[in-house]
Write a protein that binds this ligand. Structure first.
Ligand code: Z16
Length: 798
């Protein structure tokens, strides 16, 4: 979009007032913040439509290949500012609102987060949608329009309580309903052979109805569509049944449709194994594939040529039913032979693996699969025997169906032409530990695409102070070419620049301190180190290690109050899956410890613990730019990549971390001297577990850890219920699967190094600035360019 298309403040103001009057039906004198937010959103949305139409037209005209990103999660957060930034009108929006006597921040913050995801995987999908639009890669995201996104978290006496999330209670200004784009989705029923063709007669059907959200890229040069499906009943009410007196059954079709797209499953990296979840996965996948084939056929193209025009990416195994479903559509609906159908399918599909955790690898009981999707179960067996026959004489052969379960990882692997991991280390471990046999059968199929994050949202939008400094220092345009941040490197010898760099951090810390005071009632000093661990609660992420070390630090301060300590604010954020008891106990422990330490007069301002409820994308945008230290301390080999780690380093936080996931590559990029490394490596973790007594041995080697566990066991942090953490302490001594004890002393030592480094603010500033300067690699533009080149075989349409 050329600058000449940018509106003046007056023009934008008129457009906002127009929408207030004619879309909201409100008079300015009676308009609420909500009304103004809607009016502004609609004014911005109007400006997205032209590039959106232009992109769609160009894709049709040039016959460009389209990429389809299938994901059960898109963790979008707020849309308003993101669109405004990419259209180049954020400042204009601010001025227009101010001219109308409104508070810009208040209007922006009125927007609820679209929380259609759990964590990393869903946010990655959102960053990738934004990068595809910025790079001009013609594409669609396909997902589910959940009525309720991820639950809201609150704390009651230190315990997590879940409340339903209700983002659609208010009108959603960014979507366009598409009642004409609707497909029938079947479940259950029977399969018969008629004239050599399988005919599946579903026992239940629902309709998938499309709702489109435009995703505009940097400078409005391109826009793609995020198409979310809602379930609707095929018929409102089964009147025939009702008239026969079968009242409950008459409402059944409606009941299924109402539950299908009702709620996002809140489990991150564990699968629930529930029938409804399988139905959701098929619902998304079938609707997407029917839509893809319809579009292909509408262009009068042959199905045989599908792989030249279509690339479909499966975000984890959640949409892995895509393989069998595409085969089914090609065979049963379009009359193709199996061999031709599977050939086309494999050429179209790609599979991204996001985890090695066994509890996350989806496996569906053959009984359930055969009941819910009887025709697909047949096709899965067919794919399995076809693949087996292609690789005879392999004693180590691994199939798709084993022990009466369908293994979705193997299915996805076999039906995709490329399988990718999300960091260099993770990809290695996929090759060696997860799919070693399949890797031997298909050398070269497994490739790496290290994750990335969009610098538009995670630097330009979230951190205006630092963004201005960068633009002033190296000029405009780094947002679309993040490697240019390297041009900042020479300035680390420039005291003036470093002062400004730290001044930007300081401004962000002051804002956060203010927010913490307002919202948490805790006073923190912006002079203190802001030490942040924000992510889903999981034992492998080791929030427990962090809080145990924090208790240790407090213990030391009390014993030796005169020593020189760097004041710290420990900030936690994150949700636990509602059924994950151990994770919820860790939250409660952090909350209990915070209560004691924050109110200890002997400690004063030197140590504070803050754990605000309901961590989400918007809170991340507030916390990350204000962080000094980023906690990335998972047990090595467990975190596939991490993406929060990238957001922190880009915003000039230093990392304390293990050699896990993308931490390895971050450390390579920013330099080992600008990263606080500790802990066992992945092979060392495996070796350490050989010792069944590893936990006990490690604890006995650390007096500090013994003291800390003793304090917890004695009820120091839960005097009203001394036995509250009995199980937690018992597990630490007796199993400690994630090796908290084995890494405790190394972590403590690394934290001492952090303290010493922070004491010298001038050298800290250099290290922080070098982190920002060297993070260009982690732009999601680089990641998407890799997918386009290595998996999708497509090019920018710009
Ligand atoms: C998820 O968020 C991730 C993996 C997974 O199997 C399921 C969910 Cl919901 C995460 C990984 O844990 C994280 O390491 C990675 O950075 C992220 O996916 C994106 O790849």
């Amino acid at each position: 979009m050329k600058d000449t298309h940018l509106p003046t403040v007056q023009v934008l103001r008129d457009e906002i007032e127009h929408h207030l009057t004619y879309s909201m039906g409100k008079d300015a004198r009676h308009a609420s913040v909500y009304d103004w937010r809607m009016a502004l959103s609609l004014a911005i949305r109007d400006r997205v439509v032209a590039p959106w139409f232009a992109a769609t037209r160009k894709t049709w005209e040039t016959g460009a290949k389209r990429v389809y990103y299938l994901s059960m999660e898109f963790l979008i957060g707020r849309m308003l500012e993101d669109a405004a930034i990419n259209l180049g009108i954020r400042d204009t929006c601010r001025e227009a609102l101010e001219a109308l006597g409104l508070d810009y921040e208040a209007v922006v913050e009125n927007e609820p987060d679209a929380a259609l995801g759990n964590g990393g995987l869903g946010r990655l999908a959102a960053c990738y949608m934004e990068s595809m639009a910025s790079l001009g890669c013609p594409g669609y995201g396909y997902g589910i329009r959940y009525e309720h996104g991820l639950f809201k978290q609150k704390f009651e006496a230190g315990r997590q309580v879940e409340l339903p999330e209700d983002w659609l209670r208010q009108r959603h200004p960014w979507e366009f309903e598409r009642p004409e784009s609707v497909y029938e989705i079947g479940f259950k029923g029977t399969v018969e052979m008629v004239d050599g063709r399988a005919v599946w007669t579903p026992g239940e059907t629902v309709l998938a109805e499309a709702c489109d959200m435009p995703i505009v890229g940097w400078e409005g040069k391109w826009a793609n569509t995020l198409r979310l499906w809602s379930a609707k009943p095929t018929e409102q009410f089964d009147l025939a049944r009702f008239n026969h007196g079968d009242y409950a059954a008459a409402a059944e079709p409606e009941a299924l449709a109402r539950t299908l797209s009702r709620v996002l499953y809140p489990d991150d990296t564990t699968y629930a194994g529930k029938e409804l979840r399988l139905k959701q996965e098929f619902f998304l996948t079938s609707a997407a594939l029917q839509d893809i084939l319809r579009r292909h056929l509408a262009a009068e193209l042959a199905l045989e040529d599908l792989p030249d025009h279509v690339a479909i990416q499966m975000n984890d195994t959640h949409p892995a039913i895509a393989g069998p479903e595409l085969v089914r559509l090609l065979m049963d609906v379009h009359g193709m032979e199996f061999e031709a159908a599977i050939d086309i399918t494999v050429k179209c599909l790609g599979y991204t693996n996001h985890t090695l955790l066994p509890e996350a690898l989806e496996r569906w009981a053959t009984y359930l699969m055969g009941t819910v999707l009887p025709r697909h179960m047949q096709i899965i067996e067919k794919i399995d025997s076809w693949h087996r026959a292609a690789h005879p004489g392999r004693p180590d052969y691994v199939g798709i169906v084993k022990h009466q379960e369908v293994r979705m990882g193997e299915l996805a692997f076999i039906t995709a032409h490329k399988v990718n991991g999300v960091s260099a280390l993770h990809t290695e471990l996929i090759r060696e530990n997860l799919f070693p046999q399949l890797n031997r059968l298909h050398p070269g199929r497994i490739i790496n695409q290290t994750n990335g994050i969009t610098p538009r949202r995670w630097l330009r939008m979230a951190n205006p102070a630092l963004s201005h400094l960068i633009t002033e220092t190296i000029g405009a345009g780094w947002e679309a070419d993040l490697d240019r941040l390297r041009a900042l490197e020479p300035y680390i010898e420039d005291a003036g620049f470093l002062d400004q760099f730290m001044a930007a951090k300081r401004v962000n810390k002051e804002h956060l301190a203010h927010w913490i005071a307002q919202n948490q009632g805790i006073t923190v000093s912006p002079d203190a180190m802001f030490d942040v661990q924000i992510k889903r609660l999981h034992e492998y992420k080791r929030q427990l290690l962090n809080i145990l070390q924090t208790i240790g630090e407090w213990h030391e301060m009390r014993d030796n109050p005169q020593a020189d300590y760097q004041p710290r604010v420990k900030i936690f954020g994150g949700k636990a899956a509602p059924g994950y008891v151990a994770a919820k106990q860790i939250i409660r422990l952090i909350k209990d410890v915070a209560e004691v330490i924050n109110n200890d007069p002997a400690i004063g301002d030197r140590l504070k613990i803050v754990y605000p409820a309901n961590y989400n994308v918007s809170m991340a945008e507030r916390l990350i730019p204000a962080a000094d230290l980023s906690e990335q301390i998972s047990t090595a080999g467990k975190e596939a990549s991490g993406t929060g780690n990238m957001k922190f380093a880009l915003n000039g936080a230093l990392t304390i971390g293990t050699l896990d996931g993308a931490n390895v590559e971050i450390r390579e990029q920013v330099g080992a001297e600008n990263f606080f490394l500790f802990g066992l490596t992945a092979p060392e973790v495996t070796a350490r577990r050989e010792d069944p007594e590893h936990a006990r041995h490690a604890i006995l080697e650390s007096q500090m850890l013994q003291d800390v566990l003793q304090m917890i066991a004695e009820g120091r942090f839960s005097p009203e219920e001394p036995g509250r953490y009995h199980d937690l302490v018992h597990t630490m001594w007796n199993s400690d699967y994630f090796l908290v004890a084995s890494d405790f002393e190394a972590y403590r030592a690394a934290q001492k190094e952090v303290d010493a480094a922070f004491a010298n603010r001038a050298s800290w500033a250099k290290m922080a600035a070098l982190n920002t300067a060297r993070m260009g690699f982690f732009s999601s533009d680089r990641a998407i360019a890799g997918y386009m080149r290595d998996i999708w075989e497509t090019r920018s349409a710009l």
